[in-house]
Design a protein around this ligand. Sequence first.
Ligand code: FES
Length: 96
Amino acid sequence: MALLQRVAEQGRRVVRFTLDGRPVEALEGDTVMTAMLTNGDRLRRAEFADSPRAGFCMMGACQDCWVRTEEGERLRACGTFIAEGMRLLSTGEWTS
Ligand code: FES
């Protein structure tokens, strides 16, 4: 179930990516955060409490929105635009 529901501005180009291996779609110009939360209920799980995280400040200051790609890259979801073919993860262990 998606945490965010898109209610306006749906006329942009569709961008396809995967979330935990599942093919999903966002719109061009969406941040990774918007793309993930319109297709799921979290960005990741907290390292220490195993609770779901969905970002906090939305402006690059709090570091609560780090997500991983299948390639092992770390992205700050609130400050990174979604791109065609991204392979994002909201699950798994953080090693660094
Ligand atoms: S939500 Fe705070 S840095 Fe991204």
